[in-house]
Design a protein around this ligand. Structure first.
Ligand SMILES: [Zn+2]
Length: 349
């Protein structure tokens, strides 16, 4: 009689989809009734059974998990359960191998699933997100992740990243991202003297776009001119130091970049005047009004907008344009984001 029961169990397990080898393991781990009650096949459970690291206590979690073909899958499951994670489907669905490794090296995060929707999530920043959320409870998770990824949970000019892809036209230069001191763009071109107050250079693409912008504006009776473009690292050193001498460090930092952190060193940024009106007064010109609606059509954004000082870490600079190309400039204008935010969410892949 006992033999017949065993025989029937084997048939039932086989009908569920388990191989003889798996059935032997099921018997060895004393899980026949468990499987018969489940009344279904789980490939993840099966792979765990046949691995060298089946953990009986984890059986329910194995059973529920979609299978992923990955040599470390069962190890990863066991490790994540040890840390405290139980709901693993979303984790494996959203994170790649490298991110799973990072997650294994991070303290347990109880609300991990809330974060997994965001593809600009950086696993190594999870603890920073949670800390920032505690000090900024009214901010949404999208904002929390964006700000922390920019670096805004740390003081300006800390945790500085040295920019590697220096010739990328979409480069992000800010108080957390630094250009090499010897970086000079390869294709600097002088701005046409019609649209330039003195000898000013930009990268060729930016220069072509700027020429088109200025000439179209002039057809509407507007007078837009460059007053500053490419600036070398050493120029920025003396410029910043002079401002510090005049106003002190904390004030100078609100309007002048430290050397290596200026967009002007990329040759993709240009400061403009309107009918000869410069700096703060430029915001009141008809030229500025025109730029607000038209700059994106030429690939330029207003890089340091009003009301975004807490993100850009610069005061409002209506005169400072940055070239990013037409498609991205339009997208940024539509989304009403700063370049810092946009870069983190859409370009930092
Ligand atoms: Zn500028």
């Amino acid at each position: 009689v006992l033999g017949l029961y065993f025989f029937q169990d084997t048939i039932r397990l086989k009908l569920l989809g388990y191989s003889n080898q798996s059935i032997n393991k099921i018997k060895e781990y004393n899980l026949i009734n468990y499987i018969i009650k489940k009344n279904g096949y789980s490939k993840t459970f099966d792979k765990a059974l046949l691995s060298n690291n089946f953990v009986k206590n984890n059986k329910d979690i194995y059973y529920k998990l979609d299978y992923i073909n990955n040599n470390n899958y069962i190890d990863n499951i066991n490790d994540l359960i040890t840390i405290g994670y139980k709901d693993l489907n979303l984790i494996f669905k959203n994170l790649d191998n490298k991110e799973i490794e990072q997650l294994k090296n991070t303290n347990y995060i109880s609300n991990i699933n809330d974060y997994l929707d965001y593809d600009y999530l950086i696993i190594n920043n999870l603890n920073r997100y949670n800390n920032y959320k505690k000090s900024h409870p009214s901010l949404g998770l999208d904002t929390i992740i964006t700000y922390v990824n920019i670096g805004l949970d740390k003081p300006q000019y800390s945790n500085i990243n040295n920019i590697k892809n220096l010739d990328n036209k979409l480069i992000l230069v800010n108080k957390y991202n630094k250009l090499a001191s010897d970086y000079v763009p390869k294709d600097l071109v002088k701005i046409n003297s019609k649209y330039s107050a003195k000898n000013i250079e930009l990268q060729k693409d930016a220069n072509d776009a700027f020429y088109k912008l200025c000439s179209d504006a002039s057809k509407e009776g507007l007078d837009i001119k460059a007053i500053s473009g490419y600036r070398s690292y050493s120029t920025q050193v003396s410029l910043y130091n002079n401002y510090v001498k005049r106003d002190g460090i904390s004030k100078a930092d609100t309007y002048s970049a430290r050397a290596g952190h200026s967009e002007h060193q990329t040759g993709l940024a240009v400061d403009v005047s309107g009918s000869g009106i410069v700096w703060d007064e430029f915001a009141n010109t008809k030229e500025y009004k025109w730029l607000i609606t038209n700059a994106a059509n030429y690939g330029f954004i207003i890089r340091y907008p009003l009301g975004k000082e807490n993100i850009t870490l610069y005061k409002y600079e209506p005169w400072h344009l940055r070239y990013v190309g037409i498609d991205i400039a339009k997208d940024i204008a539509n989304k009403n984001l700063t370049y810092d935010e946009y870069y983190i969410r859409y370009l930092n892949k």
